[in-house]
Design a protein around this ligand. Sequence first.
Ligand SMILES: [Zn+2]
Length: 341
Amino acid sequence: MAVRFRKSIREIKFLDPTKGFEENRVKFEFRIDPLTRRRTRIMDLKFRLPAPPDLGELINTSTKGRCPFCGDNLEKMTPKFPPNFIPEGRLQVGEAMVFPNFMPYDQNNAVAVFSKEHFIGLTQFSEELLVNAFLSSQSFFERVYKANPKHKYFSLNWNYMPSSGASLIHPHLHLMADKTPSDYHKLILKRGKRFWKKFKVNYWADLIDEEKKLEERFLGETGSVCWLLNFAPKGMMFDVLGVFVEKTSFLGISRQDLSHFARGLQKIFLYLKKTNLISFNLTIFSGLSEKNYFWTHARLVPRFTIPPVGTSDIGFPGLLHDESLCIVRPEDVCQEMKPCF
Ligand SMILES: [Zn+2]
Protein backbone atom coordinates (compact mmCIF):
# COMPACT_ATOMS: atom_id res chain seq x y z
CA MET A 1 0.00 0.00 0.00
CA ALA A 2 1.38 3.35 -1.05
CA VAL A 3 -1.78 5.45 -0.65
CA ARG A 4 -1.98 7.07 2.77
CA PHE A 5 -5.18 8.26 4.39
CA ARG A 6 -3.94 10.86 6.85
CA LYS A 7 -6.27 12.59 9.26
CA SER A 8 -6.22 14.26 12.63
CA ILE A 9 -9.13 14.71 15.01
CA ARG A 10 -9.67 17.88 17.02
CA GLU A 11 -11.91 18.19 20.04
CA ILE A 12 -13.44 21.51 21.04
CA LYS A 13 -15.03 22.22 24.45
CA PHE A 14 -17.73 24.80 25.06
CA LEU A 15 -20.64 25.44 27.42
CA ASP A 16 -23.71 24.35 25.51
CA PRO A 17 -26.82 26.60 25.70
CA THR A 18 -29.01 23.69 24.53
CA LYS A 19 -27.93 21.65 27.58
CA GLY A 20 -28.22 24.27 30.32
CA PHE A 21 -24.64 25.47 29.62
CA GLU A 22 -23.09 22.15 30.57
CA GLU A 23 -19.71 21.40 29.04
CA ASN A 24 -20.01 19.86 25.59
CA ARG A 25 -17.24 18.35 23.47
CA VAL A 26 -17.48 18.47 19.68
CA LYS A 27 -15.08 16.82 17.30
CA PHE A 28 -14.06 17.60 13.74
CA GLU A 29 -11.42 16.16 11.44
CA PHE A 30 -8.67 17.45 9.23
CA ARG A 31 -8.09 15.10 6.31
CA ILE A 32 -5.31 15.26 3.74
CA ASP A 33 -6.14 14.21 0.18
CA PRO A 34 -3.83 11.25 -0.59
CA LEU A 35 -3.06 12.58 -4.09
CA THR A 36 -3.13 16.37 -3.96
CA ARG A 37 -2.27 16.71 -0.22
CA ARG A 38 -4.92 19.42 0.00
CA ARG A 39 -6.75 19.61 3.30
CA THR A 40 -10.46 19.13 3.94
CA ARG A 41 -12.27 19.79 7.22
CA ILE A 42 -14.97 17.28 8.09
CA MET A 43 -17.84 17.83 10.49
CA ASP A 44 -20.33 15.15 11.44
CA LEU A 45 -23.62 17.04 11.28
CA LYS A 46 -25.93 14.24 10.06
CA PHE A 47 -27.25 16.89 7.70
CA ARG A 48 -30.44 16.26 5.68
CA LEU A 49 -31.98 18.45 3.03
CA PRO A 50 -35.75 18.91 3.04
CA ALA A 51 -37.76 17.97 -0.07
CA PRO A 52 -36.94 20.37 -2.92
CA PRO A 53 -39.55 22.85 -4.13
CA ASP A 54 -41.61 21.99 -7.21
CA LEU A 55 -39.35 22.52 -10.21
CA GLY A 56 -42.27 23.39 -12.52
CA GLU A 57 -42.04 27.12 -11.83
CA LEU A 58 -38.28 27.18 -12.39
CA ILE A 59 -38.63 25.29 -15.67
CA ASN A 60 -41.40 27.66 -16.82
CA THR A 61 -39.27 30.72 -16.00
CA SER A 62 -36.33 29.20 -17.87
CA THR A 63 -38.37 28.81 -21.07
CA LYS A 64 -39.61 32.43 -21.02
CA GLY A 65 -36.35 33.64 -22.52
CA ARG A 66 -35.67 31.74 -25.74
CA CYS A 67 -33.61 28.66 -24.94
CA PRO A 68 -30.93 28.40 -27.66
CA PHE A 69 -30.73 24.61 -27.28
CA CYS A 70 -34.46 23.88 -27.63
CA GLY A 71 -35.88 22.30 -30.78
CA ASP A 72 -35.15 24.25 -33.96
CA ASN A 73 -33.46 27.09 -32.03
CA LEU A 74 -30.27 25.05 -31.89
CA GLU A 75 -29.84 25.18 -35.67
CA LYS A 76 -30.51 28.94 -35.77
CA MET A 77 -28.94 30.17 -32.54
CA THR A 78 -25.80 28.12 -31.89
CA PRO A 79 -22.45 28.63 -33.65
CA LYS A 80 -20.77 26.23 -36.07
CA PHE A 81 -17.14 25.17 -36.31
CA PRO A 82 -15.10 26.61 -39.19
CA PRO A 83 -15.11 24.28 -42.25
CA ASN A 84 -11.34 23.71 -42.17
CA PHE A 85 -11.74 22.26 -38.65
CA ILE A 86 -15.09 20.45 -38.72
CA PRO A 87 -16.64 20.59 -42.24
CA GLU A 88 -20.02 19.36 -40.94
CA GLY A 89 -20.25 22.50 -38.76
CA ARG A 90 -21.50 20.58 -35.72
CA LEU A 91 -21.02 17.02 -34.50
CA GLN A 92 -24.03 14.80 -33.90
CA VAL A 93 -24.34 11.38 -32.25
CA GLY A 94 -27.96 10.29 -31.80
CA GLU A 95 -29.70 13.29 -30.24
CA ALA A 96 -26.45 14.74 -28.85
CA MET A 97 -25.01 17.76 -30.62
CA VAL A 98 -21.59 19.44 -30.21
CA PHE A 99 -20.92 23.02 -31.33
CA PRO A 100 -18.56 25.86 -30.36
CA ASN A 101 -19.15 27.75 -27.13
CA PHE A 102 -20.56 31.18 -27.99
CA MET A 103 -18.64 32.62 -25.04
CA PRO A 104 -15.30 30.74 -25.10
CA TYR A 105 -12.84 30.56 -22.20
CA ASP A 106 -10.53 27.81 -23.51
CA GLN A 107 -8.68 27.32 -26.82
CA ASN A 108 -11.03 24.52 -27.93
CA ASN A 109 -14.22 25.16 -26.04
CA ALA A 110 -17.39 23.40 -27.10
CA VAL A 111 -20.84 22.64 -25.75
CA ALA A 112 -22.44 19.19 -25.98
CA VAL A 113 -26.24 19.27 -25.68
CA PHE A 114 -27.77 15.93 -24.63
CA SER A 115 -31.04 16.18 -26.57
CA LYS A 116 -33.75 18.54 -27.81
CA GLU A 117 -35.55 18.10 -24.47
CA HIS A 118 -35.38 21.30 -22.38
CA PHE A 119 -35.50 19.63 -18.98
CA ILE A 120 -34.41 16.11 -18.11
CA GLY A 121 -34.92 15.04 -14.50
CA LEU A 122 -32.09 13.23 -12.72
CA THR A 123 -33.67 9.81 -13.05
CA GLN A 124 -34.77 10.40 -16.66
CA PHE A 125 -31.28 10.24 -18.16
CA SER A 126 -31.24 7.04 -20.21
CA GLU A 127 -28.00 5.17 -20.81
CA GLU A 128 -28.26 6.00 -24.52
CA LEU A 129 -28.70 9.73 -23.87
CA LEU A 130 -25.64 9.82 -21.62
CA VAL A 131 -23.48 7.63 -23.87
CA ASN A 132 -24.28 9.67 -26.99
CA ALA A 133 -23.31 12.91 -25.26
CA PHE A 134 -19.98 11.39 -24.17
CA LEU A 135 -19.35 9.86 -27.61
CA SER A 136 -20.02 13.17 -29.37
CA SER A 137 -17.63 14.85 -26.91
CA GLN A 138 -15.00 12.23 -27.65
CA SER A 139 -15.48 12.82 -31.37
CA PHE A 140 -14.82 16.55 -30.78
CA PHE A 141 -11.62 15.79 -28.84
CA GLU A 142 -10.47 13.47 -31.64
CA ARG A 143 -10.86 16.30 -34.16
CA VAL A 144 -9.02 18.74 -31.88
CA TYR A 145 -6.18 16.28 -31.32
CA LYS A 146 -5.92 15.52 -35.04
CA ALA A 147 -5.73 19.22 -35.86
CA ASN A 148 -3.08 19.88 -33.19
CA PRO A 149 -1.73 17.09 -30.94
CA LYS A 150 -0.49 19.71 -28.45
CA HIS A 151 -4.12 20.36 -27.49
CA LYS A 152 -4.25 17.15 -25.46
CA TYR A 153 -5.59 18.24 -22.06
CA PHE A 154 -9.23 17.24 -22.26
CA SER A 155 -12.00 17.60 -19.74
CA LEU A 156 -15.78 17.16 -19.87
CA ASN A 157 -17.61 19.39 -17.46
CA TRP A 158 -21.22 19.43 -16.39
CA ASN A 159 -23.14 21.99 -14.34
CA TYR A 160 -26.56 20.43 -13.79
CA MET A 161 -29.26 22.89 -12.70
CA PRO A 162 -28.74 26.45 -11.44
CA SER A 163 -27.30 25.69 -7.95
CA SER A 164 -24.24 24.26 -9.71
CA GLY A 165 -23.64 27.35 -11.83
CA ALA A 166 -25.72 26.33 -14.85
CA SER A 167 -27.26 29.36 -16.56
CA LEU A 168 -29.45 27.14 -18.76
CA ILE A 169 -31.68 24.34 -17.48
CA HIS A 170 -31.30 22.52 -20.82
CA PRO A 171 -28.74 19.76 -20.02
CA HIS A 172 -25.36 20.28 -21.64
CA LEU A 173 -21.66 19.59 -21.14
CA HIS A 174 -18.78 22.04 -21.43
CA LEU A 175 -15.81 20.56 -23.28
CA MET A 176 -12.31 21.90 -22.79
CA ALA A 177 -9.20 20.97 -24.79
CA ASP A 178 -6.11 23.12 -24.61
CA LYS A 179 -2.34 22.88 -24.72
CA THR A 180 -2.32 23.68 -21.00
CA PRO A 181 -4.57 21.98 -18.41
CA SER A 182 -6.49 23.80 -15.66
CA ASP A 183 -4.55 24.36 -12.43
CA TYR A 184 -6.23 21.43 -10.68
CA HIS A 185 -5.88 19.13 -13.71
CA LYS A 186 -2.18 20.07 -13.84
CA LEU A 187 -1.80 19.30 -10.14
CA ILE A 188 -3.31 15.80 -10.36
CA LEU A 189 -1.27 14.97 -13.48
CA LYS A 190 1.88 16.07 -11.66
CA ARG A 191 1.05 14.20 -8.45
CA GLY A 192 0.04 11.09 -10.41
CA LYS A 193 3.39 11.12 -12.17
CA ARG A 194 5.26 11.64 -8.90
CA PHE A 195 3.34 8.77 -7.25
CA TRP A 196 4.14 6.47 -10.18
CA LYS A 197 7.86 7.34 -10.01
CA LYS A 198 8.06 6.97 -6.22
CA PHE A 199 5.98 3.83 -5.66
CA LYS A 200 6.13 2.15 -9.11
CA VAL A 201 2.37 1.83 -9.12
CA ASN A 202 -0.51 3.84 -10.60
CA TYR A 203 -2.17 5.96 -7.91
CA TRP A 204 -5.74 5.06 -8.95
CA ALA A 205 -4.91 1.33 -9.09
CA ASP A 206 -3.46 1.50 -5.59
CA LEU A 207 -6.34 3.61 -4.30
CA ILE A 208 -8.95 1.15 -5.65
CA ASP A 209 -7.07 -1.84 -4.16
CA GLU A 210 -6.89 -0.19 -0.78
CA GLU A 211 -10.48 1.09 -0.75
CA LYS A 212 -11.74 -2.38 -1.72
CA LYS A 213 -9.92 -3.86 1.27
CA LEU A 214 -11.07 -1.19 3.72
CA GLU A 215 -14.74 -1.37 2.62
CA GLU A 216 -15.36 2.07 4.08
CA ARG A 217 -15.76 4.20 0.98
CA PHE A 218 -15.88 1.71 -1.92
CA LEU A 219 -19.25 1.75 -3.69
CA GLY A 220 -18.83 -0.89 -6.38
CA GLU A 221 -18.12 -1.46 -10.04
CA THR A 222 -20.18 -0.99 -13.17
CA GLY A 223 -18.18 -3.10 -15.62
CA SER A 224 -14.86 -1.37 -16.27
CA VAL A 225 -15.60 1.64 -14.03
CA CYS A 226 -14.91 1.69 -10.26
CA TRP A 227 -16.86 3.96 -7.93
CA LEU A 228 -15.94 5.23 -4.48
CA LEU A 229 -16.36 8.16 -2.11
CA ASN A 230 -13.37 10.47 -1.88
CA PHE A 231 -11.56 10.34 1.48
CA ALA A 232 -11.15 14.15 1.51
CA PRO A 233 -14.24 15.47 -0.33
CA LYS A 234 -14.33 18.70 -2.28
CA GLY A 235 -18.07 19.16 -1.84
CA MET A 236 -19.94 20.14 1.30
CA MET A 237 -21.95 16.88 1.21
CA PHE A 238 -19.72 14.38 -0.61
CA ASP A 239 -17.54 13.77 -3.61
CA VAL A 240 -17.87 10.62 -5.76
CA LEU A 241 -14.95 9.32 -7.79
CA GLY A 242 -15.56 7.19 -10.90
CA VAL A 243 -12.40 5.65 -12.36
CA PHE A 244 -12.05 4.29 -15.90
CA VAL A 245 -9.75 1.42 -14.94
CA GLU A 246 -6.53 1.28 -16.98
CA LYS A 247 -7.70 4.00 -19.36
CA THR A 248 -5.10 6.71 -19.77
CA SER A 249 -6.71 9.14 -22.24
CA PHE A 250 -10.42 9.82 -22.79
CA LEU A 251 -9.67 9.17 -26.48
CA GLY A 252 -9.02 5.48 -25.64
CA ILE A 253 -12.36 4.90 -23.93
CA SER A 254 -14.74 2.56 -25.76
CA ARG A 255 -18.49 2.81 -26.23
CA GLN A 256 -18.80 -0.08 -23.77
CA ASP A 257 -16.74 1.77 -21.13
CA LEU A 258 -19.03 4.76 -21.59
CA SER A 259 -22.08 2.53 -21.13
CA HIS A 260 -20.55 1.25 -17.90
CA PHE A 261 -19.91 4.81 -16.79
CA ALA A 262 -23.48 5.85 -17.67
CA ARG A 263 -24.87 2.97 -15.58
CA GLY A 264 -22.84 4.15 -12.58
CA LEU A 265 -24.06 7.71 -13.06
CA GLN A 266 -27.68 6.51 -13.12
CA LYS A 267 -27.13 4.88 -9.71
CA ILE A 268 -25.68 8.09 -8.28
CA PHE A 269 -28.53 10.14 -9.79
CA LEU A 270 -30.98 7.81 -8.06
CA TYR A 271 -29.23 8.43 -4.73
CA LEU A 272 -29.24 12.21 -5.33
CA LYS A 273 -32.97 12.11 -5.96
CA LYS A 274 -33.61 10.00 -2.86
CA THR A 275 -31.72 12.50 -0.71
CA ASN A 276 -33.42 15.61 -2.17
CA LEU A 277 -30.33 16.74 -4.09
CA ILE A 278 -31.25 18.18 -7.48
CA SER A 279 -28.02 19.70 -8.74
CA PHE A 280 -24.38 18.68 -9.19
CA ASN A 281 -21.03 19.45 -10.80
CA LEU A 282 -19.23 16.71 -12.68
CA THR A 283 -15.85 16.72 -14.40
CA ILE A 284 -14.16 13.92 -16.30
CA PHE A 285 -10.40 14.53 -16.22
CA SER A 286 -8.59 12.86 -19.10
CA GLY A 287 -5.04 11.57 -18.80
CA LEU A 288 -2.59 11.46 -21.67
CA SER A 289 -2.31 8.62 -24.20
CA GLU A 290 0.23 5.99 -23.15
CA LYS A 291 1.12 7.81 -19.91
CA ASN A 292 0.37 5.02 -17.46
CA TYR A 293 0.71 7.21 -14.38
CA PHE A 294 -2.78 8.71 -14.80
CA TRP A 295 -6.16 7.05 -15.28
CA THR A 296 -9.08 9.02 -16.67
CA HIS A 297 -11.61 9.59 -13.91
CA ALA A 298 -14.67 11.62 -12.98
CA ARG A 299 -15.59 13.54 -9.85
CA LEU A 300 -19.18 14.33 -9.02
CA VAL A 301 -20.08 16.79 -6.28
CA PRO A 302 -23.72 17.57 -5.41
CA ARG A 303 -24.65 21.24 -5.15
CA PHE A 304 -27.47 22.74 -3.15
CA THR A 305 -28.83 25.74 -1.34
CA ILE A 306 -30.04 25.51 2.22
CA PRO A 307 -33.51 26.77 3.18
CA PRO A 308 -35.03 28.99 4.45
CA VAL A 309 -32.83 31.78 3.04
CA GLY A 310 -31.18 29.89 0.16
CA THR A 311 -27.74 29.66 1.79
CA SER A 312 -25.04 28.65 -0.70
CA ASP A 313 -23.06 25.45 -0.13
CA ILE A 314 -19.88 27.34 -1.03
CA GLY A 315 -18.50 29.85 1.46
CA PHE A 316 -15.15 31.33 2.36
CA PRO A 317 -13.31 28.06 3.14
CA GLY A 318 -13.49 26.64 -0.37
CA LEU A 319 -13.44 29.88 -2.29
CA LEU A 320 -10.86 31.95 -0.44
CA HIS A 321 -8.87 29.42 1.63
CA ASP A 322 -8.88 26.74 -1.11
CA GLU A 323 -9.79 24.22 1.59
CA SER A 324 -13.06 22.30 1.54
CA LEU A 325 -15.48 22.07 4.42
CA CYS A 326 -17.60 18.93 4.37
CA ILE A 327 -20.45 18.42 6.82
CA VAL A 328 -21.07 14.67 6.38
CA ARG A 329 -18.55 11.84 6.79
CA PRO A 330 -17.85 10.07 3.44
CA GLU A 331 -18.03 6.71 5.23
CA ASP A 332 -21.64 7.44 6.28
CA VAL A 333 -22.58 8.51 2.73
CA CYS A 334 -21.04 5.27 1.42
CA GLN A 335 -23.24 3.13 3.67
CA GLU A 336 -26.30 4.93 2.34
CA MET A 337 -25.31 5.01 -1.33
CA LYS A 338 -24.02 1.44 -1.56
CA PRO A 339 -27.48 -0.19 -1.89
CA CYS A 340 -27.94 1.81 -5.14
CA PHE A 341 -24.96 -0.12 -6.59
ZN1 LIG B 1 -34.06 24.32 -23.95
